[in-house]
Design a protein around this ligand. Structure first.
Ligand SMILES: [Ca+2]
Length: 343
């Protein structure tokens, strides 16, 4: 959920050097204010005007200029250095496009280092047990966010799981394996099933289900490659039976479960037992985390928007050559108008 916006040499050349020179300049800065005009690259000394604060406000200003016929020879939105926390996707549609004569260009101002991030920081951790710290999210912007990812110092952390991540042996060392799975009842078989086995329960090895698991296992999930790795499913756990080591799934997986299918269990507080693991109690808005390094050495953050930049409404896409972001986003952004590494 994070990307760096680089200025690719010659971007304005693409927009037309002559026209760019007389284009309207808008400025956005983490030090800005959306109540200001955006016409100044830095806050005025009297604090009464300066750059805008958000990309959404800049987009709206471009729309306003366009509607008022004040685009002139185009507009250049200059992003000043710093981190922009975007809690909503910057939606761009056809109405945000310029034309070859009046291009709309978004860029980092004079090669400054611009970071767009759709994350919010988590603060206020207090010691809980051993190395585990806890943060009460009540009353914070994250109180009602059912997030599934957590980052520390820019690295994705691990939802509490069993077996633990094994970076030395990722292919075999960090998995549990289905011990047994039943044949599906004949009446419940699909003609397309290559493997007529059940898809909603299996027998685990004796090490998996533990007395320490919460009695309801509510919220626990099975992440599994059913049918020997043919697919990848993450499904809720419906219930478990300690006596028979049976795990029932809240929804069927894609293919019949086979002996030896590899999986892990995640999202259980009882399995938070290794550095880097975390657990979110959604009902209590409580986050438990075992930081892999000194908590003060970096930021804990949570992504809160699905994408940084995306198409607006039923847009058929930007008009080629009239709206650009310079050089490609590196992350999972859904839209990029750069030329390289777009994923
Ligand atoms: Ca664990």
């Amino acid at each position: 959920m994070r990307m760096r916006l680089f200025l690719m040499a010659g971007v304005l050349m693409l927009a037309g050097a002559d026209s760019a020179l007389s284009a309207v300049g808008l400025y956005v800065s983490p030090k800005g204010n959306d109540a200001w005009s955006g016409s100044l690259p830095a806050p005025a000394q009297d604090g009464r005007d300066g750059p805008l604060a958000t990309l959404v406000r800049a987009r709206d200003e471009v729309r306003r200029l366009k509607a008022a016929g004040k685009l002139g020879d185009g507009v250049v939105v200059n992003l000043r250095a710093g981190t922009y926390r975007m809690t909503e996707t910057l939606a761009l549609g056809p109405q945000d496009s310029g034309t070859p004569q009046t291009p709309v260009v978004w860029r980092a101002y004079e090669n400054e280092n611009v970071i767009l991030t759709a994350s919010l920081p988590v603060t206020g951790f207090t010691p809980w047990k051993g190395q585990i710290v806890v943060a009460d999210l009540k009353g914070t912007p994250l109180e009602n966010v059912a997030f599934r990812q957590l980052f520390f110092r820019g690295e994705r952390q691990v939802m509490a799981r069993y077996p633990n991540v094994d970076r030395q042996d990722p292919h075999f060392g960090q998995w549990a394996y289905v011990l047994d799975a039943d044949l599906a009842p004949a009446t419940n078989r699909s003609v397309s099933d290559n493997v007529p086995r059940v898809k909603d329960r299996f027998t685990a090895t004796s090490d998996v289900i533990k007395p320490t698991w919460e009695t309801t296992v509510l919220g626990a999930e099975i992440a599994i490659h059913p049918a020997y790795g043919w697919a990848w499913n993450v499904v809720p756990v419906k219930s478990v039976d300690n006596e028979t080591d049976t795990i029932w799934l809240g929804q069927p997986v894609s293919y019949g479960l086979m002996v030896g299918d590899r999986y892990f269990v995640q999202n259980l507080l009882a399995e938070l037992d290794a550095p880097g693991e975390w657990y979110l109690d959604r009902d209590q808005a409580r986050l438990d985390f075992w930081p892999p390094a000194d908590l003060t050495s970096g930021e804990v953050s949570v992504p809160v928007a699905g994408s940084l930049i995306g198409p607006a409404g039923n847009s058929s896409g930007p008009s080629a050559g009239t709206r650009r972001l310079s050089r490609a986003p590196i992350s999972t952004t859904t839209v990029c108008a750069g030329r390289q590494n777009c994923h």
